[in-house]
Every structure is written in structure tokens, then in C-alpha cells.
Ligand binder design. Structure first.
Ligand code: FUL
Length: 472
């Protein structure tokens, strides 16, 4: 039964026939969202006057001259991002202090008014060009809350915000992701703004229909409900947004964290977190940069729970990513490479329990698939190793282009017919990484409880990772 020709298994097995199951029920991801899911991990860059004033939330009255990076090099950011395996960079084009990192015509609080490069500098231009050169996606964070703009708190500010977005999209595009912060405090005149979100959204959709719009409630990607970078162990890609608004009117954080099992919209979670305690660079935090191991744990708790990881790495006053951060990022990359190098299922086969028929033999080829009917329900499958193998990590994947349907799963670890451990969980989503104490097994059995009666599992892999990295 066990064929030796199973050498070239891909990192993940693909259960091709299952990809056609479960079609057409519930919301599905758009093409752009599917591509977004595959981005997995990318960098956030908080940079602006706060970098120079040691603040996290500037008041908006900081003189423009405080912004003066001595050796800015956006290519250095890109090289470091690339080397870390990040697939894009999202920059704070404008944070709450209102300072624009591009010479906006709609503000007098910009790089143009600073002495940096004699007012001729433009961070968005430098970074968007560097991202293109390095093959990284380029995204912008633009805070609607503006503590500087004199029009903030009046209907005219909505025009200002729309015009700023037009400038950004027209001059620095393509913009892969737009990040809307829900924060809404007072402006310089003590007033709060009533944001015209519908207009903002229409503007972006008409300027750049493929841009992923992130906010608390999407429409394309949602906040994961905390700034620790941790997705829910139960993490539905669905969310109900009716009756909710961005910011204070958003759904409760735990709803954002877990999504809604029967939610009406496909709005997956993105986990934002900083590599340092603060979002902006502060010298006194140089020794508080997260370690590669801590970053790996965050990866397990975000990407490993079906979400994306947006990791903030703030440049320093020179305009460079500090060595402490780049070393940690390189270590993080090494850990992912080393620990996920060998899919132990290269030496295994998988089959459906009910028929005993082999579903995988060589590479991604599938044979003897049930009765030939793709509509069949196949809730359980077994993976059998060629020889007893020690594992402490199993990855499951769901074919999310068909929706997300698995609401509960159980994995039984088996050593020569004897159960030796059990792992249980709820959702799978794009990728579910499960770690557990090392166990010698000869097989494991996966049972799926699917809310729609269609199982969309599209892949499984097993590893032996460094014991210290197993989630506690
Ligand atoms: C929050 C902001 O208030 C923080 O300063 C930071 O930008 C974070 C990513 O979003 O809402």
C-alpha cells in the first residue's frame, strides 16, 4: 500500500477534489481578499514627528522642523522587510498629529514645511518607489483624526480628507492596503469630526477598486480587537457590520477577535502589533525589542489562527530601522525557515476513513477518490506515517475560496492503534497551526464537524519544531 514514490510531497498536501465542495453558500472572499490572505505577514511603519519628540500621540502643534531624519533610506527598510519574509509595508502617511509625510496641498503641516531636505523631501514617494523596486506591496495608514488641521470638526474637513486620499492614490499608487484608524478625538478647536465614511469609502473604491480597505469593520479586512497581535482561537472570517460604525460604534472587541459564525460579510482579521512596546521609535525602548521567539509565538497566534500579521517596525531618528529590530526580524525569519522546513508528511499517506481508499499518493495527485462524486461529505481522514515519527505541530488548511465552514475539529494522535493524545479546536480558516508536546506517532486521525455539511479542508502538514516554541 505504502508507496515509496511519495518523495516529492509539497509542503502541504492538497486535497484537490475537496476544492470543489461546499460551493455557493454564505459570503465568499473577493479575489483581492484571497490574495490578501496569502500575504500572511507584512510590516507596519510608524514614522513622523513623534519619532523625534518621544511621543506616541502628538498634539498637532509640533513645529514642522522637528521632523528631520538625518539619513533616511527607505530602501534599507525594504531590504530588511524582504529579508524577514514580509510581503509589504504600510506606512503612517498621517498620524493623529496631522503631519503629512508627503507635501499635501491640503495642509500646511507637512514635510514641505519642515527643514528636512529643505522642504523638498517626500517619504511616500521614496517608500512607494523603493517598495516597487523590492517587489513589496505598498500600503498607507491615514488617520482621519487630525489634531492639527484647522478645519477638523467641520464638514469641510471631510473634503480635506477625501482630497488627501486622492493625492495619495493618484501620486503614489497602486495602494495595496489602506488602513483607517477608528480613533476620533478632538481637533485643535476642541471639536470632534463627524466622518463621512460612506463618501470616504466611495472615493477609495472609485479611485482604486482593488485596494483592501482595513478598519475596525472592514469592508475588506477587520481589526482583530487588540493591539497585541493575537487572533481568536475561534476566528471566523465572517463579520456582521449592520448597525455598527468605525471607532466607538464598532462591535465589541471580542466579536472583532472571533468574528461571527454566521456573519453576513467576509471580513477577515488582521493582527497589528509593534515589535517594541510603543508604535513609534523611542531610544529607551531599544532594549525592549521583541525576541525572535516572541515574534514566532505571535506568528502562531495570528497567521496560525487564520489571520494576517501586521508587525510594526518603527524607523529611528536617522530614518533607518535600528539594528536591534533588524536582528530580531532576521532571527524571526530563521525560526520560521528552520522549523517549517521539513514537512514530515513527505513520508506518509492520507486516506479517508470510510472507504479506506488512499486519497494522496504522489505529489498533489489524488486517486481513488470515493465514488467520483464531488458532492460527498468526507468528514474524517487519517494520515499514516511510513515509520514511527515524533511530531509536535500539525497544520490544517481550509479551502477558503469556498468559504469557511469547519466549526470544530479533533485530531487523535495514534501510536500503533493506541491513542496517545488528542487536539481539539474550533475554526481552521486559511491556516491553523497547532502545537503540542512532542509525541511519537504512527498515524493521526482528523475528524471535522462542519457547519454546512461540506468539508473544505485543503491541506495538512506535520512538523517537529523546537520544543521551546510549542505554544504554552
Ligand atoms: C491606534 C493609534 O492610536 C496608535 O497610535 C497606533 O497608530 C495604532 C496602530 O492604532 O489606534
Amino acid at each position: 500500500m505504502i508507496k515509496k514514490n511519495c518523495k516529492k510531497f509539497f509542503l502541504i498536501f492538497f486535497f484537490l477534489p475537496l476544492l470543489t465542495l461546499g460551493q455557493g453558500k454564505g459570503p465568499l472572499p473577493t479575489k483581492q481578499q484571497l490574495a490578501w490572505h496569502d500575504m500572511e505577514f507584512y510590516l507596519f511603519v510608524h514614522f513622523g514627528p513623534n519619532t523625534f519628540t518621544d511621543k506616541e500621540w502628538g498634539l498637532g502643534d509640533e513645529p514642522e522642523d522637528v521632523f528631520n531624519p538625518s539619513d533616511i533610506d527607505c530602501k534599507q527598510w525594504c531590504r530588511i522587510a524582504k529579508a524577514s519574509g514580509a510581503k509589504g509595508i504600510i506606512i503612517t502617511a498621517k498620524h493623529h498629529d496631522g503631519f503629512c509625510l508627503w507635501p499635501s496641498k491640503y495642509s500646511t503641516h507637512t514635510v514641505r514645511e519642515s527643514k528636512w531636505k529643505n522642504g523638498k523631501g517626500d517619504v511616500l514617494k521614496e517608500l512607494s518607489e523603493a517598495c516597487k523596486e523590492y517587489g513589496l506591496k505598498f500600503g498607507v495608514y491615514i488617520s482621519p483624526w487630525d489634531r492639527n488641521h484647522p478645519k477638523y470638526g467641520t464638514p469641510e474637513y471631510n473634503d480635506v480628507f477625501v482630497n488627501m486620499m486622492k493625492e495619495i492614490f493618484q501620486n503614489y499608487g497602486p495602494i495595496w492596503e489602506l488602513w483607517w484608524d477608528g480613533a476620533n478625538g478632538e481637533g485643535p478647536n476642541g471639536k470632534k469630526q463627524v466622518y463621512d465614511w460612506r463618501r470616504f469609502e466611495n472615493t477609495v473604491r472609485s479611485l482604486s477598486p482593488k485596494t483592501i480597505i482595513f478598519s475596525d469593520i472592514g469592508p475588506d479586512a477587520r481589526w482583530c480587537g487588540n493591539e497585541k497581535g493575537i487572533a481568536g482561537k475561534t476566528n471566523w472570517n465572517y463579520l456582521d457590520t449592520a448597525g455598527f460604525t468605525r471607532g466607538i460604534g464598532a462591535p465589541p472587541n471580542d466579536t472583532l477577535n472571533m468574528g461571527n459564525v454566521n456573519g453576513k460579510n467576509w471580513i477577515p482579521a488582521e493582527c497589528d502589533v509593534s515589535i517594541r512596546p510603543g508604535w513609534f521609535w523611542h531610544e529607551q525602548e531599544d532594549d525592549k525589542v521583541k525576541t525572535p521567539e516572541q515574534l514566532f509565538t505571535l506568528y502562531l497566534k495570528s497567521v496560525g489562527r487564520g489571520a494576517n500579521l501586521l508587525l510594526n517596525v518603527p524607523p529611528n531618528r536617522k530614518g533607518l530601522i535600528s539594528p536591534e529590530d533588524s536582528v530580531a526580524l532576521a532571527g524571526f525569519k530563521n525560526l520560521r525557515d528552520e522549523n517549517f522546513r521539513d514537512n514530515l508528511l513527505k513520508e506518509a499517506r492520507a486516506y479517508y476513513e470510510f472507504s479506506g481508499k488512499e486519497i494522496l499518493s504522489k505529489g498533489i495527485k489524488v486517486r481513488n477518490f470515493g465514488s467520483g462524486s464531488y458532492g460527498a461529505n468526507i468528514p474524517d481522514f487519517t494520515v499514516e506515517f511510513f515509520k514511527p515519527t515524533t511530531i509536535n505541530c500539525i497544520i490544517l488548511r481550509e479551502a477558503i475560496h469556498l468559504g469557511q465552514t469547519v466549526k470544530h475539529f479533533k485530531i487523535q494522535l495514534i501510536h500503533f492503534n493506541k491513542p496517545v493524545g488528542e487536539i481539539e479546536g474550533t475554526t481552521i480558516g486559511r491556516k491553523r497551526i497547532l502545537t503540542f508536546p512532542s509525541q511519537l506517532v504512527t498515524s493521526f486521525h482528523v475528524s471535522l464537524d462542519d457547519k454546512r455539511g461540506n468539508d473544505n479542508v485543503s491541506g495538512v502538514a506535520a512538523y517537529l519544531i523546537n520544543e521551546k516554541l510549542v505554544e504554552k
